[in-house]
Design a protein around this ligand. Structure first.
Ligand code: AMP
Ligand code: ZN
Length: 457
């Protein structure tokens, strides 16, 4: 099945066609670095990683970018509260974003542009919009004139009662938005000089200009959380498309929210879950699987119960993987029908729950054969390929460390005793030794190749 993606432009699943034959250009709106990124943010960032991995699975090379929004009202508030410099605040939270991304196995992006490093380009861009009568000035603020751009409203019906920004200022039209904000006293020394006086760019212009500069204003796929569809993405694309002849992006993908107690998890509501604590408690593999276990277009509520379920799933996958000698093999990825079902699910608008379901059915089938001692070489080969394939997307297994566990001598003795008990058909003793092993924080599973010991999570 060819890759299909739900395009917010048409509100339909569409077969993905890339602009160029091989390289696909994607962009995801990144974090506003005034606080540690929370689990909700990472739902969207992990979704962007998933998209890029699935594109690669389909043979595309990807050029990716997630920007760093390092100039914004909320950042300036923080600078003032903490009496710190802009750079002190933004570099701290940018670093946290990058480190957490790494822990959650998000592939590094080709670009992580910082808005503050593109201000010159933003000023030039705004000048071009003013020269074409697409923007106007009021008291040192520059607004985009939505009336001058008849195509405004690709994501919404603009006759509806829309949420607007900056409506306290005397703009010409309700939906006109800020390209440049005049300096306020509270901005302190955070400003740039422009033809319209001191000030700084607006958020929508930041993303638009970074895309224009890095990708020549042309993307295959633009991503972000659903809250960004309007007005952020509407406004990003309006500015660019008003002055260029082609689309900013052919596909727009939006991830649904991660909620907590039926509310969107957000920094401003203060109901967020700290990602590093969650990783420390549960493991990054469990957190990553949790974020991937629901389809990206469904709302998900955070719960420890769901994390615990994911923990069991991760353990099951690891136990399964230990049956095979993965490191010693340079596995050729030859796909059979089971693997194709998994790929089909992912190609159906990144249906991760479907793909996980296919993988688990396969595990159950092979585990049954292992228990019956009837696993064939073909089954073994298929299992190795499936593990590699699964991990190329979900990335929760560390193949180098699967077998690398130091087993204390006390446990080794218990394993020997249990083996003897089993050979003597003394199931009662064998079970009581199993219990003893569990109280020591380990678990034992019987496989065709003998007892399999692993640490309890
Ligand atoms: P921010 O740092 O607030 O600019 O957000 C960075 C990214 O995280 C954006 O794409 C947001 O849409 C996304 N995001 C924010 N909150 C959530 C949430 N609760 N669930 C999913 N995505 C979110
Ligand atoms: Zn953006």
């Amino acid at each position: 099945m060819s890759l299909k993606l739900y395009n917010s432009l048409s509100s339909k699943k569409e077969v993905f066609k890339s602009i160029s034959d091989k390289k696909v250009k994607t962009y995801g709106c990144g974090p506003t670095v005034y606080n540690y990124p929370h689990l909700g943010n990472f739902r969207t960032f992990v979704f962007y990683d998933l998209l890029n991995r699935v594109l690669q699975l389909n043979g595309f090379e990807t050029e990716t970018a997630v920007n760093i929004t390092d100039i914004d009202d909320k950042i300036i508030d923080r600078v003032n509260q903490e009496n710190a410099s802009l750079k002190e605040i933004t570099s701290k939270y940018e670093l946290s974003f990058l480190e957490l991304s790494k822990s959650l196995k998000i592939l590094p992006n080709n670009h992580n542009p910082r808005a503050t490093e593109y201000v010159e380009e933003m000023i030039e861009f705004i000048k071009a919009l003013i020269n074409q009568d697409l923007a106007y000035e009021i008291n040192g603020n520059i607004f985009f004139d939505t009336e001058a751009y008849p195509k405004y409203g690709k994501f919404v019906n603009i006759s509806d009662d829309l949420k607007t920004e900056d409506n306290e200022l005397s703009k010409k039209n309700r939906n006109d938005f800020t390209l440049w904000k005049a300096k306020k006293d509270s901005d302190g020394d955070i400003f740039w000089n422009s033809d319209w006086g001191k000030g700084r760019p607006g958020w929508h212009t930041e993303c638009a200009v970074m895309i224009k500069t890095l990708f020549d204003g042309r993307l295959d796929i633009h991503c972000g959380g659903i809250d960004l569809k309007f007005p952020h993405h509407e406004n990003e694309s309006a500015q660019i498309e008003a002055i260029q002849k082609h689309n900013l992006s052919n596909y727009w993908l939006h991830a649904e929210h991660l909620n907590i107690n039926d509310e969107k998890m957000s920094k401003s509501l203060g109901n967020f879950i700290d990602v590093s604590t969650l990783i420390q408690k549960n493991g990054s593999d469990v957190v990553r699987l949790f974020l991937l276990s629901a389809h990206y277009r469904t709302k998900v509520s955070f719960s420890q119960k769901k994390l615990d379920e994911c923990k069991k799933m991760v353990e099951k996958i690891k136990r399964f993987a230990k049956n095979f000698n993965i490191d010693s093999k340079n596995i050729e990825l030859k796909f059979s029908s089971e693997h194709k079902l998994f790929i089909d699910a992912l190609n159906d608008d990144l249906n991760t729950p479907g793909a996980i379901g296919v993988f688990f059915s396969f595990i159950s089938e092979i585990n049954k054969k292992i228990a019956e001692n009837s696993i064939s070489d073909v089954d073994k080969e298929k299992s190795l390929v499936f593990l590699k394939l699964f991990n190329s997307i979900f990335d929760i297994l560390d193949f180098n460390n699967l077998h690398d566990q130091n087993i204390p001598s006390e446990l080794q003795d218990l394993l020997v005793s249990r083996q003897e008990a089993r050979e003597n058909l003394d199931w009662k003793l064998s079970d009581s030794i199993r219990e003893k092993i569990e109280t020591l924080g380990w678990q034992v599973e019987d496989t065709s190749s003998g007892q399999n010991l692993s640490k309890k999570k």
